[in-house]
Design a binder for this molecule. Structure first.
Ligand code: ZN
Length: 223
């Protein structure tokens, strides 16, 4: 085979691959809400929570019956397991609204990633929000260093890059590492090949970071 025909075979192969990927993704359901609309809905819910004016939407028997037939969550929240940062509470949302993955330190391993991919791909959820929070215990443990027991080490290991970023910087090391970790997880998800990266490239999903303030209850975006 000549160099020219080898190149031609390669190009044809790439075109077929691209067309196949496009067909796979195009066949999946597309959300009936945009990422910006979904983020606005989260923001409004959080404002109600901050103001102490919760409306507890979508929690009644009618909603239960509706979502029993199928779910169509409008946002994926990748949050910390911390008992004070329950996404449905801090965003004032109800049944079937949020697809939630929570781990200590809001770190993402393969199982968490698989869960996120499933929701993004199958339900056409337009936005993935990585939600860290102030004074995160997992991040504080990673910053403090020293010995940890059992599988806690797996969490600390995932937080190491953020801890490294905080070293030598002025300010509160835990706070800096919390923000660095949120950015790292956002980056990890955006570049996660092939599912999330593919959806991001098609403009089907947006990955953003945010931080919850334990004192005020406010969720602020992290750029
Ligand atoms: Zn935490």
């Amino acid at each position: 085979m000549t160099m020219k025909s080898r190149n031609l075979v390669r190009i044809v192969g790439l075109v077929i691959l691209a067309a196949t990927l496009h067909t796979i993704y195009a066949a999946e359901p597309v959300a009936n809400i945009t990422a910006d609309e979904a983020l606005a809905r989260l923001k409004t819910g959080n404002e109600r929570f901050v103001a102490g004016k919760l409306i507890h939407p979508n929690e009644g028997a009618d909603r239960r019956a509706e979502v029993a037939k199928g779910q169509k969550p409008f946002a994926i929240i990748v949050g910390c397991s911390d008992s004070r940062v329950g996404p449905e509470v801090v965003f004032d949302q109800g049944l079937g609204d949020l697809f939630v993955v929570r781990t200590a330190g809001n770190v993402v391993d393969d199982v968490a990633l698989g869960s996120i991919e499933y929701a993004a791909d199958h339900f056409g959820v337009p936005v993935i929000l990585v939600l860290g929070h102030t004074r995160c215990g997992a991040v504080a443990a990673a910053v403090a260093g020293g010995e940890v027991h059992g599988h806690v080490g797996s969490v600390v290991e995932k937080l190491k890059p953020a801890v490294e970023e905080a070293k030598g910087k002025e300010g509160d090391a835990v706070d800096i590492a919390v923000h660095a970790n949120i950015r790292n997880v956002v980056k990890q998800l955006r570049n996660s090949n092939p599912i999330i990266l593919g959806l991001v490239k098609l403009g089907r999903v947006k990955v953003v970071g945010a931080c919850y303030d334990l004192d005020t209850g406010r969720v602020g975006m992290v750029e």
